[in-house]
Structures are given as C-alpha cells and as structure tokens.
Design a protein around this ligand. Structure first.
Ligand code: SF4
Length: 478
C-alpha cells in the first residue's frame, strides 16, 4: 500500500477553514483520534513581533483541535504538549503564540513538557545511538499523537517538518545529548519512541533560511499524512529540496520508518506538486558554514577547524556553529546594526592549527568541548584542550541541568571573570543559542536580549511559574 500525503490550498489563517480542511484530511486518511490525544505543535520560539514566523500559528492549532474534537471517539483526554527551545519556559512561548486562549476555548489540557516527569523509554533498533531515551510522561501515555510542525527550512538540517519536530518532545536535560554531529541520528532515534497517528503541517506561511528568525514565504498550503517519512519527502519536493540530502529523513527511511522515494507516495489534494513547485521557485535555504558567513562588514569573524567524528570531519552541522548563526540573527532582529556596532570577536571552533592573526582589539571565544588550539595571544602561551566525548562516553542518565537562570548566571559570571583577558573558552557540547547570546553580549558589548524589556518581564514570570509547577508535579509524582 502506497502512503498517502495530501496537499491542500489554504491562503490564510482562517481557523474555520483550517478545521474543515483538516477534518477532510483526517477522514480521507482514515485517522480516527481516540483515547489520550496529544497535539504536538512547534513553538521552538514564539513572539508576535520578534519571532512571528517561527511557530505553528494559534489559528492552525485552533482549527486542528476543532477537527479533532469533531471526529474523536472514546476520548480520555485531548491535550496540547510541547517543549519549546531550550532554557525558554514553554509557558512563555505558548503565551506569546497565543495558545492559552485557544486551549481555554476548546476546554483541552496543556502539558508543558519541561514541567512533567521524564520517563526512560527503551528503544531497540540495531542502528540506534542509544538504548534508551528520556521522554515526557504525557508523550509516553498518549494513544493518538497529532504532529503539528511548522513548515520551515533549517540551517542545520535543511528542513524541519514532521521528523524534526520530535526534537521538541525532550526536556532540556536530555535534548542536548547528541545534539552535535549526531543530531540527525538523534532525530531518527526519537522516531523509535512514538509515531504520530496524524500529521498536519502549518505551511500557510512557511519559513525560509533560519529556524528561529525565518524569512516568511506565503506557501499557502496544509500538508497532511499519517507517515512522517512520506510527509517529509513530499515537503522536500514542494520546495525543491532533495529528500536524500535531509540526513535524518534518509536515516529514518533506511531504518524502515517510511518512504523517501516520491514514486512510492500517492500525493492527493487540490494543490498539485507542479503548481506548488512553480510557486516555490525562489524558496531560500541557508546551509552556509560560518567560515565566511558574517562577511567583511561584520565585527564577528570565525575560524573553523576539523571536528571529531569521522562522518563529518569538516563541519558540525548540529551544534555550536549553527547556534552561533541563530544567536546573531536574534541580535540582528533586535538591533539591526549589531554587526558593525559590536566589538571585534573571533569565534574559534573545532581543532584549529596555526596562528589566529588577531587584530589588536579582537577578543576570542573558543567555543565548545571539541575545540583545541595552541598558540600565543599577546605573547602569552595559550593551550585550549579538547574535552569532547563521543556518544558512548556520554551517559544519558547523568545529564547536567540546562536551567535558564543557572545558565545565565554561570555564562555571565564566566564572562565577567575573564573581563581582563583576550579570550574565553565556552565549554559545552553543544553550546545552546542562549549561551551564545550571553557570551556574545558580554564580550562584544551588545545589549543582552534576555534583559530586553519586551522579553524579560514575561520570561522571568514564566520561569518562576515553571519552577513552582515542576516542583509540585515532582511532589505529586506527575
Ligand atoms: S563542541 Fe560544539 S562544535 Fe564541537 S562537536 Fe560539540 S556541538 Fe559540535
């Protein structure tokens, strides 16, 4: 039996129209929501003005919940659950996405995955990186998972569609494990835990280039299916991407999760592939390495070495370099002239050999645990020793906290301690976007977005709500 994927035209965020399209899609695909139904959107980051195109829109969620309620049988629970971008409390992203009103309107539950118990789940595939993954209890308990990704290009993995949206089911302690040169393998591992029973992608306004600060593209489409590989393969073709170049899709397909060959998929709906492709001729990606990414006009420059793992010696696509790009795009969104106004910074990552040829007023961030360098800065001998651990040396049961407050304090304190020095070694594998923001703001003298009044009050309030709720959930064993 060929997998079916439906592409439907939908030009605007009209909840009633979305509900009708999704209901028809569920019926055509034979998807019957039942039992514990969990809807998993993508709210990696959300803000109506600062990050308007990064997340599954509330009107889309509204429409899908309405369609789900109209078709569901033997319902025990309908809930919306997610873990947004790390360190940010998911409450904060949900509020900025406008979800609480929609959730209240439909009388459904919310599961903030950063506030609930994480359960070890054994996974058995021969090719897996790990034998177990830690997953929020509501995901493990769900009977019918509805995956609601945002249709976006991704600067680390080319596309983020159904498969990649599962990165948002892990909490901060476990999300950064293997979020490095093994990111694509990790995404494939996550498919072993649970498979969505229905997928609807918000491609009404799609995102180009970046994942947190995408350039909007009015794609005008809703993509639906019941198999992640099939849906992602169709999504790739919609924007002229080769599915085989989306590594996690290739790995997941090789592990038997579904097709990667378009001829093995029946494409249905009222938006034919040729018409979609004609419309998306100018759809833009950003799979650029950081070496020359910031250009001569920027006071940020990068020196990139080699990386530890055989399969990707020349670059680490899933870790620090991409997080640097995303953090700079956040700065640019808030302060458009940041590249010229920031102090000179050299970002050094990987195993680098030879002199750095620094300008007199240039500071150095040695980024990440894999970074090694030996040389002289201002006549002083400097030796940066690598501390990288390959996946079999990392114990997923002994992960460190990535708490927002703790990370902010430790990164800013480290930057303060190194105030008089020309360089700093920022350790971690991977270093998150938020850590990059803190280090860059401290060393380059850029205003820290964490303290921007448009974000800081709500962020702080949500953070303490999250901490209290997590504490009570632990007491109750929830
Ligand atoms: S330290 Fe950063 S760049 Fe190096 S392997 Fe880890 S994630 Fe990649």
């Amino acid at each position: 039996m060929k997998q079916k994927v439906i592409i439907r035209k939908c030009a605007d965020y009209d909840s009633d129209k979305i509900a009708g399209i999704v209901r028809e899609g569920m019926e055509e695909l034979g998807a019957k929501p039942e039992g514990k139904i969990l809807l998993k959107p993508n709210t990696v980051i959300a803000h109506p003005e600062l990050f308007p195109h990064a997340f599954t829109r509330k009107e889309f969620l509204d429409g899908v919940i309405a369609a789900t309620k109209s078709l569901a049988v033997n319902v025990n629970e309908i809930a919306v659950g997610e873990r947004c971008g790390i360190v940010i409390p998911t409450r904060f992203s949900f509020k900025n996405a406008g979800y609480p009103d929609i959730i209240k309107k439909h009388g459904v539950k919310t599961h903030y995955f950063d506030e609930v118990r994480q359960v070890p789940v054994e996974i058995k595939g021969q090719e897996n990186l790990r034998r177990q993954l830690f997953i929020p209890k509501p995901v493990v308990d769900s009977d019918f998972l509805i995956n609601l990704p945002k249709f976006k290009a991704h600067p680390w993995s080319r596309m983020t569609l159904s498969l990649k949206n599962f990165i948002g089911i892990q909490d901060d302690r476990h999300r950064l494990v293997d979020h490095n040169q093994f990111l694509e393998h990790k995404i494939a591992d996550l498919q072993e835990v649970v498979q969505p029973k229905f997928i609807a992608i918000d491609g009404i306004i799609a995102g180009q280039k970046m994942m947190l600060t995408p350039t909007p593209f009015p794609l005008g489409a809703i993509v639906m299916g019941i198999n992640s590989c099939a849906v992602d393969t169709v999504g790739c073709h919609m924007v002229h991407a080769d599915p085989k170049e989306v590594i996690h899709l290739r790995i997941a397909s090789e592990r038997g999760f579904g097709p990667i060959d378009i001829t093995e998929i029946d494409i249905l709906g009222d938006f034919p592939m040729e018409e979609v492709q004609e419309h998306t001729k100018g759809f833009a990606f950003c799979m650029e390495k950081i070496d020359d990414y910031f250009g001569d006009d920027s006071n940020l420059s990068c020196t990139v070495g080699t990386f530890p793992e055989e399969h990707s010696r020349d670059y680490c696509w899933g870790g620090c370099p991409g997080a640097l790009q995303e953090s700079m795009h956040i700065f640019r969104g808030l302060y458009p002239d940041v590249d010229k106004e920031m102090k000179k910074i050299r970002y050094v990552v990987g195993n680098v050999k030879g002199p750095l040829n620094l300008a007199d007023d240039e500071k150095v961030i040695f980024a990440g645990n894999c970074t090694r360098w030996k040389g002289e800065i201002d006549g002083e001998k400097v030796s940066i020793e690598g501390q990288y651990k390959s996946p079999h040396e990392v114990d997923e049961t002994k992960t460190k906290s990535n708490d927002m407050l703790l990370k902010t304090i430790t990164t800013l304190f480290q930057a303060y301690k190194n105030k008089g020095s020309r360089y700093l070694h920022a350790k971690g594998c991977t270093l998150s976007v938020a850590e990059h923001v803190n280090y860059l703001s401290a060393l380059a003298g850029i205003k820290n977005p964490h303290f921007d009044p448009r974000l800081s009050l709500g962020l702080t309030f949500s953070y303490w709500q999250m901490r209290f709720k997590r504490f009570f959930n632990r007491l109750l064993g929830a």
